[in-house]
Design a protein around this ligand. Sequence first.
Ligand code: AMP
Length: 510
Amino acid sequence: MQYNLYSRIFSRVADMSAPCIRTAEGETITYGDIDALSARYANVLRNRGVVIGDRVAVQVEKSPEAIILYLACLRVGAAFLPLNTGYTAAEVEYFIGDATPHVFVCDPSKRAGLAPICERLNVDGLLTLDAGGKGTLPEAAESAESDHPTAAVEASDLAAILYTSGTTGRSKGAMLTHSNLASNAQTLVEYWQFTEKDVLLHALPIFHTHGLFVATNVVLLSGASMIFLRKFDVQAIRRHLPEATTLMGVPTFYTRLLKEDWLNHDTTDHMRLFISGSAPLLAETHRQWTSRTGHHILERYGMTETNMISSNPYDSERVPGSVGFPLPGVSVRVTDPATGAILPTEEVGMIEVKGPNVFKGYWRMPDKTRSEFREDGFFMTGDLGVFDENGYLSIVGRSKDLVITGGYNVYPKELEDEIDALDGVVESAVIGLPHSDFGEAVTAVVVLEEGVTLSEESVLRALDGRLAKYKLPKRVLFVDALPRNTMAKVLKGDLRNTYRKLYADDGVLT
Ligand code: AMP
């Protein structure tokens, strides 16, 4: 049995001349092209000494070549390790030190800053790839062989490592196996009825599970094609929507599109499916979309560690505000967070999940891995949820104070640490507040030393460049003291309540 995800994808491709990726610039890359190019990239990696089990870390802009690099890693049997393009050099240094990749591929513009880090941390190869598909990697690929045997891996061998931010301590690398990715993609292809006739409008980033695994693996495994947009842009969506059959997005895509006059029944009539995930889709957005287009957005739920867990059904009712049923082969239960006892329907508790989709553990963190799993193998997601009497799951909140802004996770502690380190700051609390566009807007509540005055602008300026842009606060508020309970814990719920209308003027909040 060949467990390599690459073999599973390409053993099914009936027509190698069929389109796989189409770019906004009008270029078409066929399955055959992808097969030949990924072999060339795989040979470049092999020539640099990459072998089964090695990590290949990648911080590059979205491009078809980045997908080819992902597939090349699968062919070599190396673990693909994509990093958010917004990470600063200091942040990247942590990931390189932790993951010890054999090769690192970065944008040419970042090479000078990253080269000394790679040298210090003994990374053997530093290659470049830019948004236009140029760089030392594609250059080396030109003279490499265009065939490459696909590595025979075990089902439990790593296909990828995706870092998730941690509320305490540093980021954790989620180890995803060939069988995790293949089984989940196959389930989604069947559940969402993808075929080779589908054309997915792909506007998500590809360093995250949503754009890389949910969107890309589903397209590849069904022999479909995708229109590959560099980023979400309403005008580009408008231009390419007529050629598409499906769209996958974060809720922000849908709230932004709803502001467009051209969005109506006629312009979306040909579409088969609109899918949303990665953050809660407001029930109101779901309803507005249906009234404007006649389509019911299909909302699904998952996370980096588990791939997709649940989905609203394809053929029956898609319930606004719900994330649907556990996917076939995936077991989901809701438990009492304190005791672990399984709770009955309609009681809120911790969502726990078990199945072939669930990751192998955190990279080099056996204790952390053990603490997140129950003895019977269920993984504790950290999300609080509830099943209704019809078996639909809803997420009611996060047990941790994660902020999800535009589909990205921001862990307050990381930003609080940066703010607290500024001159004149006593302490801070970072919260997410409702925002019609971002879902939640990162907001910092700051206490200053007595006699010190700082402006909002000066705090924002001081933070700029220290963390990825999406993690920075949209607003900074100053207070005399943070609300605390008797155990001295900051009451973030109270803060959220006090400022819940802060962004109400930025759009209609329901
Ligand atoms: P990530 O690992 O970045 O994919 O983030 C996973 C987290 O996003 C989950 O643990 C949930 O808290 C949240 N999430 C994903 N999908 C949904 C959804 N449909 N509704 C609400 N929250 C979601």
